[in-house]
Design a protein around this ligand. Structure first.
Ligand code: ATP
Length: 251
């Protein structure tokens, strides 16, 4: 059996006296799509920010391909092969679509030729034809769904081994959410990258996930395959009815 590509051990993350993660452990195997679901404030974003080096853990360890990356700066983590597609997309609004994609390949541009990078750009345009159409348009003038596609495509430009997506559905209309999830499904099926997906739309995330973890107030509450958790009474209770987020799909 292969070794995990990402292994989180007893991670504790604090903002002053607020504990966002209270000893979380999880693993992602190569080629898997693992979802991290949980309600507002359960610690999902803090987890991704700590993995990508934007925040420092209070204690615990983060291993990427067996090597500790705890406390490593963000540029080093990116260079090792982890791409973080942040909550709220954060595209470079005043840059063109094409320039946003080139910025995603910035660390590669030191070692690789323009030809190699333009190969990846072509692959991005094949996956997201709308971005090709709009390649010269300023990113800030794209619709929310198009900006989300650009954020994913930009992250893929670094040719990551691990792609982390934070709330890709946020602020999008249900029909666009369908499109974003079909892209995530295609990413999973193509095995282009291992994916760690953070989502509030629990049912949608569980439908595309190989495995998932349910985070609750900084603790892992449940874990299992996507289909096991879809049918789990606690998950159904927590995410059905009044608490079901807008745009979620209960199968
Ligand atoms: P959401 O879906 O709302 O983004 P989340 O599951 O991603 O929630 P986090 O954003 O990681 O959760 O927040 C976890 C906890 O840490 C919450 O109690 C939150 O209030 C707290 N927190 C997050 N960011 C900060 C900050 N900059 N300063 C202080 N506390 C913070």
């Amino acid at each position: 059996m292969s070794a995990p590509i990402l292994s989180i051990k007893n991670l504790i993350v604090r903002y002053g006296s607020i504990e966002a993660l209270s000893g979380v452990s999880l693993e992602v195997m190569p080629g898997e799509l693992v979802a991290l679901i949980g309600s507002n404030g359960s610690g999902k974003t803090s987890m991704l920010k700590t993995i990508s080096g934007q925040m420092k853990a209070f204690s615990g360890d983060i291993l990427f391909s067996g090597q500790s990356i705890s406390g490593a700066p963000a540029h080093k983590v990116t260079g090792l092969g982890i791409a973080h597609c942040p909550e709220g997309r954060k595209v470079f609004a005043t840059q063109s679509v094409e320039d946003n994609l080139l910025l995603g390949a910035f660390l590669r541009s030191r070692k690789e030729t323009r030809k190699e990078i333009s190969f990846e750009m072509d692959a991005a345009f094949e996956m997201f034809p709308i971005l090709k159409e709009r390649r010269h348009q300023l990113a800030g003038t794209l619709s929310g769904g198009q900006q989300q596609m650009l954020a994913i495509a930009r992250a893929l430009m670094s040719k990551p081994q691990l792609l982390m997506l934070d709330e890709p559905s946020m602020g999008l209309a249900p029909i666009i959410i369908d499109e974003v999830f079909s892209i995530i499904q295609r990413l999973r099926d193509s095995k282009k990258a291992t994916v760690l997906l953070v989502e509030q739309l629990a049912f949608r995330a569980l439908q595309v996930a190989d495995r998932a973890y349910v985070l609750e107030q900084g603790h892992i509450r449940l874990t299992g395959t996507g289909s096991e958790l879809l049918g789990h009474p606690e998950v159904r209770k927590a995410y059905l009815g009044n608490r079901a987020a807008k745009g979620d799909k209960n199968p």
